[in-house]
Design a binder for this molecule. Structure first.
Ligand code: E4P
Length: 217
């Protein structure tokens, strides 16, 4: 399973990249706004900065909502760097735009996926990735991981090449759940990724080894 980091914070991206296990980055307008990125030039520069830290797919989301505007914006985003994947919402205009991008060699990530039907439309339009939002479904007492599992199964059955990118990951356990249901990618904030390292027996084992190392010197 590939690992993307889900943030626009350059320090966190650098920290994740330093572990050597990052395959890409996802951002969204909320994550970009949180970093205080404002204005067209600053947005473009921020994506270039991210591309210079991580050598993998970098999702850059369109801010427009109509087909025509998404095409203009998506072409501009894709021209920033070869690793940019244009992130497009799962709306009627978005699906039309994904089809246009696919026909014109631009890779896309269809975001805000909450049903298998939405994932199907995105895959048929030629999306490179679909992003089911696990945490936001769990927030409303739905089964986020169940949706990821369902989409993985349907894409496998019908041979769709679109990758299932589990998004809105909130915990380390979510990452393990994504592994178990066969998600191609999980995009996670830094803390759940670091949580994978943690085990009390690792900590106590290390403490013992360090103490015994001292005895040998
Ligand atoms: C990434 O592609 C999504 O935009 C992100 O994971 C959403 O996460 P949230 O539901 O925690 O805001």
């Amino acid at each position: 399973m590939k690992f993307f980091i889900d943030t626009a914070n350059l320090e966190q991206i650098k920290e994740g990249a330093a572990l050597g296990i990052l395959d890409g980055v996802t951002t969204n307008p909320s994550l970009m706004a949180k970093e205080g990125i404002k204005g067209a030039e600053a947005i473009k520069q921020h994506y270039i900065d991210i591309c210079n830290i991580v050598d993998g797919d970098i999702s850059a989301e369109v801010l427009s909502t109509t087909f025509e505007e998404m095409i203009v914006e998506g072409k501009e985003l894709a021209s920033l760097h070869k690793n940019i994947v244009v992130k497009v919402p799962c709306t009627a205009d978005g699906i039309k735009a994904i089809k246009w991008f696919a026909d014109n060699g631009i890779r896309t990530n269809c975001t805000l996926i909450f049903t298998v039907g939405q994932a199907l439309l995105a895959a048929k339009a030629g999306a490179s990735y679909v992003s089911p939002f696990v945490g936001r479904l769990d927030d409303i007492s739905s089964d986020g991981i169940g949706l990821v599992s369902q989409i993985v199964d349907v894409f496998y059955t019908y041979g769709y090449e679109t990758e299932v990118l589990a998004a809105s990951i909130r915990s380390t356990q979510h990452i393990i759940d994504c592994l178990e249901v066969g998600a191609h990618v999980a995009t996670c904030p830094l803390q759940p990724i670091l949580g994978l390292l943690k085990h009390p027996l690792t900590d106590s084992g290390m403490a013992t080894f360090i103490a015994d190392t001292a005895k040998m010197q």
